[in-house]
Design a protein around this ligand. Structure first.
Ligand code: THG
Length: 368
């Protein structure tokens, strides 16, 4: 079967360029097409970890909160303290519901005094924030602006991006950004991205200029061996960056999802989920996202969560993702493991397409 197109499925301003450069497989993210692989996943990984890769991540939509009450509202929405967020700085923030369940894990960017963007994962944050702000009567506009990120990731990303915009980008600190217009292209240049290889995200503020921006970066990257790519599951598992909805289910909270260090429970102000998270922290988790070292030959990635059991056959949780790691030459997995089977070193069994395999629980990030 082929997926049908139509007005409900959106295409990013970089879509045609990334297809022409070799992207062949895509998924849906925020009701938008997200290219994920070329015909050669090994080469995708190699370009990202050894040279530089260019990713169409236009599907990482921005939810813009703008108005006199913007900062106050965003503090109330975020389980991480945003009260000190300065213009030009971004923060990775867990968003929770009133029961402390993780509903998204965006990057918050303070783009102006009264303007904050949430650069979101794959859930309907626009509806959530409109509902919350409406109920509170905040003086804000909540919209999805014409902003599409293009990620430049890898060891040569800095040289590539400096060749486009100038050497000032070398001085940008991690999660800091500048909002500029370059050759008539309005763009936020931020040192961020969903890999641990270093790099930038270019938040294009005019979708009609997507191909122009793509070509500028591509030309600058050619001497560095630039290749089209995409958020890379093997690399992000090796270095553990959370994939909301892949590594989490409808009940996961930030502690269970292994991003508890981004929750600030000591703040004076109230935020959504604070009470529930205080109680959860006091009780301790009943399950936890952990790493798995899975034995045997290289595994094919799974398409849905699979089983996780103790050697005696009793239930131990669910395996969310598994993938062969080029760096560690070993199969890795991420699993939601029930307490007390979550201790590092615990022997478990993972359900794969070729039957059950032996696995060992490990802390995240992997330290092999
Ligand atoms: N960039 C942008 N939007 C995004 C993502 C992104 N939206 C969806 C998704 N990714 C959101 N999830 C994450 C998860 C991890 C990080 C960023 C977004 C991340 N974490 C760093 C880490 O864990 O080391 C840094 C966290 C910190 O120190 O604050 O980068 O990638 N635009």
């Amino acid at each position: 079967m082929q997926l049908a197109q139509g007005p409900r499925v959106r295409f990013s301003p970089f879509y045609r360029k990334s297809e022409a450069a070799g992207m062949q497989t895509a998924t849906i993210f925020n009701r938008m097409v997200l290219p994920v692989a070329t015909e050669d996943p090994k080469a995708d990984y190699e370009a990202l970890t050894q040279r530089v890769a260019l990713w169409d991540v236009g599907c990482e939509r921005q939810v813009q909160v703008q108005g006199p009450d913007a900062l106050k509202l965003c503090q109330y929405l975020s389980a991480r303290d945003l009260s000190q967020l300065k213009i030009g700085v971004a923060k990775y923030v867990p968003l929770c519901d009133h029961k402390g369940r993780l509903i998204n894990d965006p990057i918050a960017l303070r783009v102006d005094d009264d303007t904050i963007w949430f650069s979101i994962a794959d859930s309907d944050v626009l509806l959530w924030i409109r509902a919350i702000s409406g109920e509170r009567g905040d003086n804000v506009d909540v919209t999805e602006p014409d902003v599409s990120p293009l990620a430049v990731q890898g060891p040569s990303a800095t040289d590539t991006v400096a060749d486009v915009f100038g050497d000032w980008v070398r001085e940008l600190k991690f999660f800091h950004f500048r909002r500029i217009t370059h050759q008539d292209i309005p763009v936020v240049v931020c040192r961020s991205g969903w890999s641990k290889q270093g790099g930038f995200e270019l938040f294009l503020e005019d979708g009609s200029k997507g191909e122009q921006l793509w070509d500028l970066v591509w030309t600058a990257g050619e001497p560095h061996g630039i290749r089209v790519g995409a958020p890379n599951n093997a690399e992000r598992i090796e270095n553990f960056l959370l994939s909301w909805g892949a590594d989490t289910d409808e009940e996961s909270d930030p502690f269970e999802a292994a991003i508890g260090k981004y929750v600030d429970l000591g703040v004076e102000h109230d935020f959504i989920g604070k009470q529930a998270l205080l109680e959860k922290r006091a009780l301790g988790p009943t399950r936890e996202l952990k790493g798995l070292l899975i034995e045997g030959e290289p595994l094919e990635p799974n398409s849905e969560p699979t089983g996780l059991r103790n050697p005696n056959g009793t239930h131990a949780g669910q395996t969310r993702v598994m993938n062969h790691s080029p760096r560690f030459q070993q199969n890795l997995g991420l699993a939601i493991v029930e307490v007390p089977h979550n201790l590092p070193g615990t022997k478990l069994q993972v359900e794969t397409s070729e039957g059950w395999r032996q696995a060992t629980v490990a802390d995240l990030p992997f330290d092999l």
